[in-house]
Design a protein. Sequence first.
Length: 306
Amino acid sequence: MGTIGELGEFGLIGLLTRRLPRGPDVRLGPGDDAAVVAAPDGRAVATTDLLVEGRHFRRDWSGPYDIGRKAAAQNLADVVAMGARPTALLVGFAAPLTTDAAWAEGLYDGLADECRAAGASVAGGDVVGADAITLAVTALGDLGGRPPLTRSGARPGDVVAVRGRLGWSAAGLALLEEGRDGPAVLIGAHRRPEPPYAAGAEARAAGATALLDVSDGLVQDLGHIAASSGVRIDLDSSAVPVPDVLGPGGLRHALTGGEDHAFAGTFPAEAVLPSSWSPVGVVAEGTGVLVDGREPGRGGWDHFRA
């Protein structure tokens, strides 16, 4: 196939879009000026993310398939965190003209497979030449006639619970930065997160008062719920799931590591939580987040922090 420059814009578009299955929510897919996506609820949940080579991924650490799955996962998880069902992605793909067309195929295979896991489709997008690979992904979702789950509904007395892996991606990143090749499960978690997409429906069924995707670290992200709801969140570090594979720095990774795309929510004290959810704290009157009664140090990801 050669490079994407040799294929040309429309050759590349044809190569990539042929790889994308279309689900029932996409009424008109790639090939026109815009896609048509069903919105049965009359509203659409929408979110977008940018991934820049060297900032969000490295091609010497991750292959194109994993990068595609990661790009889709972080957007699909945001839709699920609103209590919505993911329906479609729009993908902007910028890359040097010397990029192998096979690399682009792997990327879109990853996007498509992650969409399948969440019940969504890639509905369209754009391609353009650039100095570095950049992905701009927009995800859409359907609320099914229900109100969104936001960050502003937590109330004193609520239970704080988490669903999914915490700290695995951060631990894997640390291994890669140290030049190590294992444990493979941690490096794999950094390359390809596994959001538990059922978490949104589970949280809604359990009466969640607030919900979010843990993308920048548990403490930092729970701080968003605390600020939006006007409450304090008290975390019990002994209740945070820290498997042995995370090693001696496991708790730090679990509290401050991002990119696992787990979910954290608040629930009424009487709520019956599925066994897949782990209670890790309570909501109280006040402000901020405390860990074992103390102010945590600086942690979590901030794109503009040096």
